[in-house]
Design a protein around this ligand. Structure first.
Ligand SMILES: Cc1cc2nc3c(=O)[nH]c(=O)nc-3n(C[C@H](O)[C@H](O)[C@H](O)COP(=O)(O)OP(=O)(O)OC[C@H]3O[C@@H](n4cnc5c(N)ncnc54)[C@H](O)[C@@H]3O)c2cc1C
Length: 386
């Protein structure tokens, strides 16, 4: 343990990196904390990119994350790590050394691998503030336009709902006939599919083979042999860890305390994954990234300043998917070796079509809960997740 207070360097100042810094300060950590972040214009609340920036409800400045007292935040892109000297190298030539380094560089949109995309076709993504601006420019008036959304998961469904509300005809292409089944279970996933089919031209269980120009439009050729012409194409088929730069393109594998392989190195949020019992636990949600950032902070305090061991990180947070007038809420996790069952309602079902499913592990312990139009009940059941 260093005799002086340890220096903490956090790469990435989004949900996880910022929460790590805040937790360290909240627990009285007196050493230096430096965040270096590559987001053009500074880190943002990414959850608002589709909900507030795209519809023009808020500006880039309004979704910027505010400063944290006692934490130095600078702009910069990390390009390499050096375990030996415990330094991180940045594109601007800086090499920053620290006692504890937290990798919290998030994720980037998945590339359209496997799709033959003609170079003339413009593909949109929605990850950064710049992406939201480009989409607004490309589709200034959605009414009467046909928009393809590739990916029928969380982001794709919210995007499809946005464009349907704005008057567009949406072609929603999803690889699985049971969207988000891994997270929602067998009762709620079909409800989501029914919503998608009811409000969009949903092509579920289908993939895109090729995207070619067709006058001012683009033509999607699908795996079922059909094709469809659209005015704009948005890729929303997931994200991959933004960790190439750290020599770990598949993400940073951490232990259950969020330690990377070498002493003094940690990772949290979408950049990290925990491998346990043949399962790869990743986080794709804001609150989970925050919880991991906080957990990494408590591990650092334990490792360097003999604070209490925080114990293993257990996912208890979740997400709400709001689309087409319905809300799907999830807390905790569906364990791959566990099972699902209808949950006993802790309160009266709020509406006749509400569904509540709980997930238990192989020992029957509650690991998660999901609800369709049942947010309050989900929150009640979630309070029992161990
Ligand atoms: C459009 C959209 C809508 C979403 N909506 C929701 C929602 O409603 N609810 C929900 O729970 N989740 C939502 N999410 C997911 C949520 O935003 C992420 O799970 C969360 O931001 C992950 O936190 P993070 O800290 O790992 O990454 P981020 O918050 O993305 O932060 C990572 C930071 O690291 C920076 N960085 C990347 N590479 C480097 C580098 N080499 N050097 C330095 N800095 C680097 C990035 O610029 C970024 O600022 C949404 C995501 C998107 C894209």
């Amino acid at each position: 343990m260093p005799e002086r207070s340890p220096r903490v360097l956090i790469v990435g100042g989004g949900a996880a990196g910022r929460a790590c810094a805040q937790e360290l300060r909240a627990r009285g950590f007196a050493g230096s904390i430096q965040i270096v972040d590559a987001e053009p214009g500074g880190a943002i609340d990414r959850t608002l990119v589709d909900k507030a920036l795209l519809p023009g409800l808020l500006t880039r400045e309004q979704i910027a994350l505010p400063p944290i007292e006692g934490v130095v935040v600078t702009a910069g892109e990390a390009i390499a790590v050096d375990f030996g000297t415990k330094t991180v190298e940045f594109r601007d030539g800086r090499r920053l050394a620290a006692d504890a380094v937290v990798i919290a560089s998030g994720a980037v949109p998945r590339r359209p691998d496997g799709i033959d995309v003609a170079s003339e076709v413009q593909l949109h993504r929605l990850h950064t503030a710049h992406d939201a601006g480009a989409l607004r420019e490309s589709i200034p008036q959605a009414a009467g336009r046909r928009v393809a959304v590739i990916g029928a998961g969380f982001s794709g469904t919210e995007l499809a709902s946005h464009y349907v509300d704005a008057g567009a005809e949406v072609v929603l292409v999803g690889r699985s006939a049971m969207p988000l089944a891994g997270a929602l279970g067998s009762e709620i996933s079909p409800r989501l599919a029914a919503l998608q089919r009811g409000r969009t031209d949903a092509r579920l269980g289908t993939t895109v083979h090729a995207i070619t120009p067709c006058g001012a439009r683009a033509r999607l050729s699908l795996s079922d042999g059909s094709s469809v012409e659209v005015d704009a194409v948005i890729l929303a088929h997931g994200a991959v860890p933004a960790t190439d730069w750290a020599g770990s393109p598949d993400g940073i594998r951490v232990d259950d305390r969020l330690r990377w392989s070498e002493r003094g190195w940690y990772a949290a949020g979408s950049a990290a994954y925990i491998a346990s019992g043949g399962m790869r636990l990743t986080t794709d949600h804001w609150n989970a990234a925050v919880a991991q950032g906080q957990h990494a902070a408590r591990t650092i305090l334990h490792d360097f300043l003999d604070a209490e061991d925080p114990g293993p990180y257990r996912p208890t947070t979740g997400f709400n998917l709001r689309a087409f007038g319905s809300t799907i809420s999830v807390r905790g996790l569906r364990s791959p070796d566990g099972s699902e069952r209808p949950a006993a309602w802790p309160i009266a079902p709020p509406q006749p079509d509400a569904v509540l499913t709980e997930f238990v592990d192989a020992h029957g312990e509650l690991t998660g809960v999901a609800g369709f139009n049942a947010g309050a009940a989900v929150a009640r059941v979630a309070s029992s997740i161990g």
